[in-house]
Design a protein around this ligand. Sequence first.
Ligand code: TXA
Ligand code: MG
Length: 351
Amino acid sequence: MKTEFCKIGALAQGRAPDASDAEILDRAAAILRSGGLVAFPTETVYGLGANALDAEAAKKIYAAKGRPSDNPLIIHIADVADADKYCYTNELYRELAARFLPGPLTVILKKRDVIPLTVTGGLDTVAVRLPSDPTARELIRRAGIPIAAPSANRSGKPSPTKAEHVLEDMDGRIEMIIDGGECKIGLESTIVSISDGHLNLLRPGGITVEMLEEVCPVSIDKAVTEKLSDGERPLAPGMKYRHYAPDTKVVLLDGSDAEVADYIKRNAPNGKIGLILSDNDAHLAAGTDAKLLTFGDSDIDEAHSLFALLREVDRLGCDVIYARLPDKQGIGLAVYNRILKAAGYEILRLG
Ligand code: TXA
Ligand code: MG
């Protein structure tokens, strides 16, 4: 299959869609309505979209990604009120929607019959998301159907935050890739289960625990911060898979600036080491020949760059990559969750 690569212009820069944008989006919408696959930008990561009402189209997503069929898909809608067509909403949905939607929050509710079990991995619930990215919203609106979309990476690779990452993983496997530039947030949406009127956090993201707590009490699924033992199952089936893992071993360092600097100095001569550090911390590697990948100064910058950096890690040709253990405040919890998985839960306590 030939994969078309189409660049969105005006809309991706915050202006009204121009004629070229409209032509691309109408063509993409037609592909989706006829059962094909289109990758598109969102404010979190790129999604791999198909008609969420068509079980055959959803099957193509699992095939293109190499994704296990028990791992359910998120359906994307263009309007808060559309959720009622696909699931049984409640008061908590309306409160969260008023506060956070459109935006990087996915809610899980009991599904209605129109959503095929293929989309929900056999579950009687469905994950619903209303993205804020203008290209995503315009595409869903023009398609006139809900769009099932997991992250547009091959299963096991980091989620794509640039259209080039999607091309790397999906060239020849899908009909079209819409390039809307870099994703603003860079980590996947926050997922909350609210079908019983209580909020359970299944995956942390751009809508933080602190923000959610302004609306209602929050319980956090154990799988967010800990490795589950063999018999345990996370509430989001996808959280059990080994995600975001480069081939190079990644180890998280937990310690003060002095302890980290000392550890790097002692270990740099023992082999080729790589480091993922903030610009502020780059000096901790001074005087060593460690290869450095930096992401800016804040946890927001780390969230934005993490997946792109994890895609670069294997190109460095290092024996091991070290990163610092992020703190768990705000979006830090989402960075912590993703980088912990990339490191196979390996933390070195230096103190
Ligand atoms: O930001 C995002 O959410 C991106 C963009 C494209 O919207 N999408 C995304 O989808 O990250 P995906 O498929 O990579 O991750 C969806 C996660 C998986 O861990 C899946 O198991 C979980 O959501 N999930 C989906 N439906 C569920 C359900 N009914 N119950 C529990 N977990 C569910
Ligand atoms: Mg994914």
